[in-house]
Design a protein around this ligand. Sequence first.
Ligand SMILES: Nc1nc2c(ncn2[C@@H]2O[C@H](COP(=O)(O)OP(=O)(O)O)[C@@H](O)[C@H]2O)c(=O)[nH]1
Ligand SMILES: [Mg+2]
Length: 201
Amino acid sequence: MIFGRSERGKPPVEPVTLKILVAGGFGVGKTTLVGAVSEIRPLRTEEQLSETGRPVDDTSGVESKSTTTVAMDFGRITLREDLVLYLFGTPGQERFWFMWDELSEGALGAVVLADTRRLEDCFAAVDYFERRSIPFLVSVNCFEGADRYPAEAVRQALDLDDGVPVVLCDARERGSVKEVLIGLVRHAMDHAADRREAALN
Ligand SMILES: Nc1nc2c(ncn2[C@@H]2O[C@H](COP(=O)(O)OP(=O)(O)O)[C@@H](O)[C@H]2O)c(=O)[nH]1
Ligand SMILES: [Mg+2]
């Protein structure tokens, strides 16, 4: 047949899929960011965690308040025909770090979202990725009413290595978030290349 794949001259591509984590403090815009770019309806999983050992049906008094909602965001974006990103928004609270260890398995890298009004909320995430040598960038979500700081000031405040990109974004804007993700993929690729080179020397 003249039609079909031979006519186009190239076989269909099987896309490369990459796993990206989206971390940062509570309310910094992780769910918003994933929702802004995801092609699939973002999946939010909510789980009731009861305090250790407490029977779930123990409804005595207000004790039922001891349940906590854990939300994890999941989304997908096709950056190019041959490149698909899966996004995992990680719960920010420290007590959920056991989840991060599994989530970060096989991850290409991470976006650490930051709000300049409470930068300290992302210290823990920065620390986590630094310790594990997982490539990450810091993306400042520019809320209205929050003072704007140059990227360099944010880098200093967070004591980031020179190589860690700091970018500004609007977590609600698809185009803005896409730029952040492209920046992260580039950064992670560079990081991987540097490591390969170091291993050869
Ligand atoms: N003005 C503004 N509001 C935002 C922005 N990003 C998130 N929000 C709002 O901030 C709140 C917390 O965002 P959310 O995505 O739920 O934060 P998460 O806890 O990190 O998942 C929500 O009400 C969002 O609508 C932003 O860039 N600008
Ligand atoms: Mg959220």
